[in-house]
Design a protein around this ligand. Structure first.
Ligand code: ADE
Length: 420
């Protein structure tokens, strides 16, 4: 009997395979790990459940886990991020039970999470915490088998920390997002580039001279602001954190409250992790033609129900752009249905940055397989030796050499008596 899966069309597998192989060429660290895993089989017999964006990069990670001996089941971590050709290849060629269809509704999205839980994972690999939350909420019977989990994204880590604080977290989870070799690079350069890519693909607007508003100046917001400026946009930052706002100002951006930015801006991107960031009072004053999109994990940052309520009509004008006509004749354009625009309207982060994020994931899976039972039910950092190893491997793959301290320099640093 074949494996069970739910994908759009298995006949897309060949096209998916070509794109996955191409992405793999930009993932040298994962490639090295795949060879190592194939020899050492560190995940032999371990059942894993993954809830990740189903992309060419994720398919390369799945190959590493399989090479290491794991049995993996996979579902999508967002209804609009699945690449159907990739899901088809994973199911039919790699033999990974894959449950992901681009455009699935919420009910099917959660059925797919249930299908992964039904595979009885001992390790979860989550992006956004929906898998971990569903296990805790509806499948406590799965908890005794669990060695641990890992979490890919900022929003997921925030949810996990809230669970930990409430005493609700019932197995240990590693915050992969918080590794230096993850968020300094993936969140900043990955989100920076892929968000601009999504906006441009969805609209084909010219960014040079464009008034561009970034809501949220965390690592992702910094990356988007930096890349928008690089394309010639005039960038304004909206923040609630005074230190981040100050940093944005000294990085040379305009900083203003959202209400002021709403009147000023032409393109708006939310990356705050919070709810209702752009809402009715802002829609009421925006310019005709303003473009709204979100690159945060969930589709709650733009108040779409309010926009819909205000609009006289709504129509799809381009594959990932919906026009909302307001009673006074102004038109606002919502990209990617308010879901993460970098994955809904483009292909997510480029492979060479996911190489580092997913190397952390793969190495954390081994760590959990070995040590999970001994860890407390808390949110744990990525072990520093894993972070350092990923940096070393990436530098080596980029053919970059660095210096080491001389013994005299080491001694100097250890000597508190040497001053003026
Ligand atoms: N998150 C952002 N970009 C991604 C990608 N290309 N693959 C998987 N997860 C992602």
């Amino acid at each position: 009997m074949g494996i069970s899966y739910d994908v759009k069309d298995v006949n897309l597998a060949e096209a998916g395979g070509l794109r996955i192989e191409y992405a793999g060429q930009h993932m040298p660290v994962l490639r090295g790990l795949k060879e190592r895993f194939a020899k050492e089989k560190p995940l032999s017999g371990i059942r894993m459940g993954a809830c990740l964006h189903v992309t060419t990069e994720t398919a390369n990670l799945m190959q590493v886990l399989k090479a290491g001996g794991a049995e993996v089941a996979l579902c999508g971590s967002n209804p609009l991020s699945t690449q159907n050709d990739v899901a088809a290849w994973l199911a039919s060629d790699l033999g990974v039970p894959t449950f992901a269809v681009r455009g699935e509704d919420n009910e099917r999205y959660y059925q797919h999470i249930e299908a992964v839980i039904a595979a009885k994972p001992q390790i979860t690999m989550d992006d956004g915490c929906d898998l971990v939350f569903t296990i805790h909420d509806k499948h406590q019977e799965a908890l005794p088998d669990m060695l641990g989990g890992s979490e890919e994204t900022t929003t997921g880590v925030i949810r996990l920390r809230a669970m930990e604080k409430m005493g609700a977290l019932r197995y240990p989870v590693i915050a992969v997002n918080d590794a230096d070799t993850k968020h300094f690079f993936d969140n900043r350069y990955g989100t920076g580039q892929s968000t601009i890519d999504g906006i441009v693909r969805a609209t084909n607007i010219l960014l040079a001279g464009c008034r561009f508003v970034v809501c949220g100046y965390g690592w992702c917001g910094r990356g988007v602001a930096m890349r928008a400026r690089g394309m010639g946009a005039v960038v304004a930052i909206c923040e609630v954190d005074p230190v981040r706002a100050l940093e944005a100002a000294m990085d040379g951006y305009l900083v203003m409250p959202i209400m002021e930015a709403a009147r000023w801006g032409e393109v708006f991107v939310t990356l705050t992790g919070d709810y209702s960031v752009l809402r009715r009072e802002h829609f009421e004053v925006m310019k005709d033609g303003a473009v709204l999109c979100n690159s945060g994990h969930f589709d709650v940052e733009i108040d779409i129900p309010a926009l819909r309520e205000m609009a006289r009509s709504e129509r799809r004008v381009r594959p990932m752009a919906d026009e909302f006509l307001l009673p006074d004749g102004r038109r606002l354009y919502l990209l990617g249905e308010g879901r993460l625009v970098n994955l809904a309207a483009a292909e997510g982060h480029p492979a060479s940055v996911m190489d580092m994020s997913f190397a952390n994931q793969a190495l954390c899976a081994i760590y959990l397989a070995k040590n999970g039972r001994a860890l407390e039910n808390r949110v744990h950092p990525v072990p520093p030796e894993i972070d350092a190893e990923v940096a070393r491997l990436k530098l080596a793959a980029m053919e970059i050499e660095i210096d080491t301290l001389t013994p005299e320099q080491e001694r100097y640093l250890a000597d508190y008596q040497a001053g003026t």
